[in-house]
Design a protein. Structure first.
Length: 240
């Protein structure tokens, strides 16, 4: 039970009373002792390209990314609670509804460098239920999972705001934001076409070349037509 006022900063004495039914006789109320957690916190923002939305959108990778690392610990597991908050706004102000907040955690190999993550490395995620905060809990394993990547985001893209990320842990951890200076983006536009596209077929000597038509919407490797998909070559100028 957490008694509170609607707005913060309102100081007052209060009394908590419990009315029990006859079948629940013997109930009691006692304050829960404050647990000493290790805390680390950083401030950041969703702005411009980094207001990238959740994984429903192809832009999600551009959200701010943070590495949480377990420091030396004698315990096999470190219990972690992550809290994402954004500044409170005046509820009387005429402002568009802000998107719900959430946070993803991804496996982060010790040798990993720079910003990059794939969906296959997803460990857990919070619910997207509040436009003010998001929170969830997980464990770090001193043997197999010493680092994770945290990716806070809004549910929909293009919702800009400052935010704070706070991590509470049962043993000391470090938290750092990854710079996007290590990422280079290149792109090309194309399309899968069910309607056939003309392709020139080679001809033997004395014969005329002719065009054949191959649809480029070839599907996955479950289909024999997968080779008809558009193909692209990626050239890396130097090893990375």
């Amino acid at each position: 039970v957490v008694p509170c006022t609607f707005f913060p900063g309102g100081e007052a004495d209060f009394r908590l009373e419990l009315s029990e039914a006859s079948h629940a006789a013997g109930c009691s109320i006692s304050a829960i002792e404050t647990v000493s957690w290790n805390q680390v916190a950083l401030s950041s923002s969703w702005a411009g390209k980094s207001a990238a939305g959740c994984r429903n959108f192809e832009t999600w990778i551009f959200n701010p990314q943070f590495v949480l690392s377990q420091l030396s610990s004698s315990e096999p597991l470190t219990h972690v609670k992550v809290l994402i908050t954004r500044p409170l706004v005046d509820p009387t102000a005429d402002q568009p509804k802000f998107s719900a907040l959430g946070v993803y955690s991804f496996r982060r190999p010790n040798e990993a460098k720079g910003r990059m993550v794939t969906a296959t490395e997803l460990l857990a995620k919070s619910t997207f239920s509040s436009e003010i905060e998001a929170t969830f809990c997980f464990d770090l394993d001193s043997q197999s999972l010493q680092r994770v990547l945290l990716l806070p985001c809004t549910f929909h893209p293009n919702h800009e705001s400052a935010f704070d990320i706070r991590v509470f842990s049962s043993s000391p951890c470090s938290l750092s934001e990854l710079s996007d200076s290590t990422m280079t983006e290149v792109s090309v536009s194309s399309a899968w076409e069910a309607a056939p596209s003309p392709v020139t077929e080679e001809a033997e000597a004395g014969e005329e070349e002719k065009s054949i038509f191959i649809p480029s919407a070839g599907g996955s490797t479950n289909n024999s037509s997968w080779r008809n998909n558009k193909q692209f070559a990626i050239k890396v100028p130097q090893p990375s």
